[in-house]
Design a protein around this ligand. Sequence first.
Ligand code: PLP
Length: 362
Amino acid sequence: MHISIVKPLIGEEEIKNVKEVLESGMLAQGKVVGQFEGEFSQYVGVDHSIAVCNGTVALDLALKACGVGEGDEVITTPFTFVSTVNSILFQRAKPVFVDIERDTFNIDPNQVQEKISGKTRAILGVHLFGHPFDLKPILELCEDYNLFLIEDCAQAHGAEYERKKVGSFGVGCFSFYATKNIVTGEGGMITTSSSEVAKLCRMLRNHGENGKYNHVILGYNFRMTNIQAAIGIAQLRKLDWLNEARIKNAEFLNKKLKKSGLRVPTKKSNVKHVYHQYAVLVEEDFPMSRDELAEYLKNEGIECAIHYPKPIFEQPLYRNLGYEDERCPIAKEISRKILSLPVHPGLSKDDLEYIVETINSV
Ligand SMILES: *Cc1c(COP(=O)(O)O)cnc(C)c1O
């Protein structure tokens, strides 16, 4: 038995779309990218989508387009992939960490206000593992203090907060990296209903052009290719059923995992959780430590992963910048207890039952 932790589902539609692009000879950013952007906007419920070459540059451009620059502060979570927080450093701005909620692992809205200063320009939240962060109180703070809201949606394609899709509340940043809920190999998307932000992102993506060979600002080449967009169009059409399969798998695991000392994921009642990861907590009263359980599962043929083994302020890059413990005890505790189990749509009933039996018999 071998059960992998990720498995992108690529079918005939993706292959057919890519073949058409290859045969057309129009390989770089063109009509197909435009079509992907249009369908993505419609799906998320925004006026504009801007396709880019990965999720990291989506975050980079979103922050730039919101005017984040040297000396500004951006409030964010320490419990995420490093890319989220690095996007703040790219602007020569300062990440300010707020601890997370114990149940959702997302930024704790009750601790945000005390971190707002005269230099705060934006709040960058992450819909971690596919569970939306608590948008309502954070949007209220953005309104009161005139801050931009940036949503890192790299793990949350199709997730909803009070029946609205994530990426439609602030400026959304998505990734289509090969492990995400939908994939293009590498790829990213920015979503917004601000025509100003959209215009800046489009210019920054393409050498600061506002017309052919007219360069008004310093821009980059962060474009997506038609080849990636062709895969993305086919994947987007499958997103809802891919997510439904993840949700069904998660519900099965929630119901069947019975071992005490193992805390299964929680889901708040006002959200649609799309289970990019199925992350359990291995508490002190579990018969094995988290690392022992990970090793045991690996030996039994079940891949698992630790997202993430340390909060961002413990990464050498951030330690060297002078970050200490930032009064985030929950992020520290969770990073020692967390373990991601397979939940992807490629799992069979037998796979799921084997995962449950293996863990329940520890
Ligand atoms: C994957 C990911 C990113 C970065 O996306 P890339 O496409 O890999 O650059 C950013 N934030 C989070 C939370 C992610 O999971």
